[in-house]
Design a protein around this ligand. Structure first.
Ligand SMILES: Nc1ncnc2c1ncn2[C@@H]1O[C@H](COP(=O)(O)OP(=O)(O)OP(=O)(O)O)[C@@H](O)[C@H]1O
Ligand SMILES: O=P(O)(O)OC[C@H]1O[C@H](OP(=O)(O)OP(=O)(O)O)[C@H](O)[C@@H]1O
Ligand SMILES: [Mg+2]
Length: 293
């Protein structure tokens, strides 16, 4: 595929677990497109950018080779794809698509540590990451590569253990398997091409990355406003989760109390509000943040 002159390209998963969240992030960064008849390529209307919709396995190569300038992919796929050649650069973690590559065994296998897998067969879709884990632990095992439904391998007597992605653990449980080792922790990441775009598009690329960073950091962040007795100010600001220096303002006609405004980078739970109240805070408001830069 040849690159289109004068347009940036962003690779996203066409369908699957990352597809919707990837488009949502791009939309929140201010890009607009209409779904046309071309399923592979969405043309962005308000910037010279195209969204290339592909299998997630192809995204690292497209970005490493400069066919796409940016891409959104799971760290697990990126890691498995490493081959010593040109690699895409990780720009930032995106906070979604969190999952863990785990080793799991049936209850009939007496597991006492990685050495219990010595000489056994392990089914996985991630042979390279698994091989590295086994080497690091000095274990020699055979791997059976399966593209999906890895969890059925022990029942079919294809393998004695599996190494697959887990998030809720429901699939392992449904297949009677028990997780034993964490092999790799993953989430979706933004990657960029090492070759860089045409010089005229460099500024646009940086601006899109900066906007995406703003969207990611505002996710889960809250703007908290409250009134606090002056005497409890230190205690109250210490309770506010992930807040930098809050803004402290006088309250008209009240020398003993102040208004506190803070951006909390972490989730603000009901428990936090209860603690703030117990410390003397009142009129507590928690507001969502739409954009942050
Ligand atoms: N159970 C899960 N929970 C959260 N994230 C997951 C889970 N399983 C996979 N992921 C993440 O989502 C990515 C895409 O998963 P998906 O199952 O859609 O991939 P796929 O079947 O390989 O899709 P494709 O057709 O694009 O090749 C994975 O590589 C991983 O980073
Ligand atoms: O811990 P859980 O929440 O149960 O999730 C784990 C399952 O999710 C992924 O598969 P997916 O459903 O994406 O299907 P696939 O194997 O066809 O890609 C993974 O391969 C597991 O099978
Ligand atoms: Mg895939």
């Amino acid at each position: 595929m040849s690159t289109v002159q004068g347009r940036l390209r962003i690779a996203v998963q066409k369908s699957g677990r990352l597809a919707d969240r990837s488009l949502e992030l791009i939309r929140d960064a201010g890009l607009k497109w209409v779904k046309g008849h071309n399923d592979l390529l969405y043309r962005v209307e308000n910037y010279p950018i195209d969204l290339l919709r592909v299998r997630d396995d192809d995204i690292p190569t497209f970005v490493a080779d400069g066919v796409c300038d940016l891409g959104i992919v799971g760290e697990n796929v990126l890691e498995e794809d490493k081959n010593g050649g040109a690699t895409a650069e990780v720009v930032m973690p995106l906070g979604f698509g969190r999952c863990t590559l785990k080793l799991a065994v049936p209850p009939t296998l007496a597991y006492e540590g990685p050495h219990s897998l010595q000489g056994l067969r392990i089914a996985t879709s991630y042979p390279k990451i698994l091989r590295r884990f086994l080497n690091d632990n000095g274990v020699q095992s055979d791997t059976v590569v399966m593209r999906g439904a890895v969890e059925v391998a022990p029942r079919l007597k294809l393998a004695s253990a599996i190494c697959d992605l887990v998030s809720t653990g429901a699939t392992l449980e449904a297949n009677g398997l028990i997780a034993k080792e964490t092999v790799f922790e993953s989430q979706a990441v933004l990657i960029k091409s090492p070759t860089g775009p045409e010089p005229e598009l460099a500024h646009l690329l940086e601006s899109i990355i900066e906007r995406m960073a703003g969207v990611v950091s505002s996710q889960g962040a809250k703007y908290v406003m409250l009134n606090a007795p002056r005497s409890a100010l230190d205690e109250i600001t210490a309770i506010l989760p992930g807040a930098g220096a809050p803004t402290v303002m006088p309250l008209m006609g009240r020398d003993d109390a102040v208004a506190v405004h803070a951006v909390c980078q972490e989730a603000v739970f009901w428990e936090t509000l209860e603690k703030l109240k117990a410390a003397g805070a009142s009129a507590i408001l928690v507001l969502p943040i739409e954009k942050m830069m």
